[in-house]
Design a protein. Structure first.
Length: 79
């Protein structure tokens, strides 16, 4: 596909057609690199992607058991 560089402030940019954005699964942020003289756009990696891939709920049967209910903190509240 042929496109034209357009002036945007002190920079230049291109318009990426919607069908290409959808095909590449691009969202608000992209990774932009130069590889072998070509501009490469990739979806930005999610910072917490994969954190819970190996999560085992069986090992997390009482996650809040260490917390204690402190009566004095609740005295000022109206329930």
């Amino acid at each position: 596909m042929h496109t034209i560089l357009r002036k945007i402030g002190n920079s230049k940019g291109i318009i990426i057609p919607a069908h290409m954005i959808e095909a590449l699964h691009l969202d608000h942020e992209v990774e932009m690199t130069i590889e072998n003289g070509a501009l490469v756009l990739k979806p930005s990696q999610q910072p917490r992607q994969g954190w819970f891939d190996n999560y085992d709920a069986e090992k997390d049967d009482e996650p809040l058991k260490e917390l204690q209910d402190v009566e004095s903190d609740q005295e000022d509240w109206e329930w």
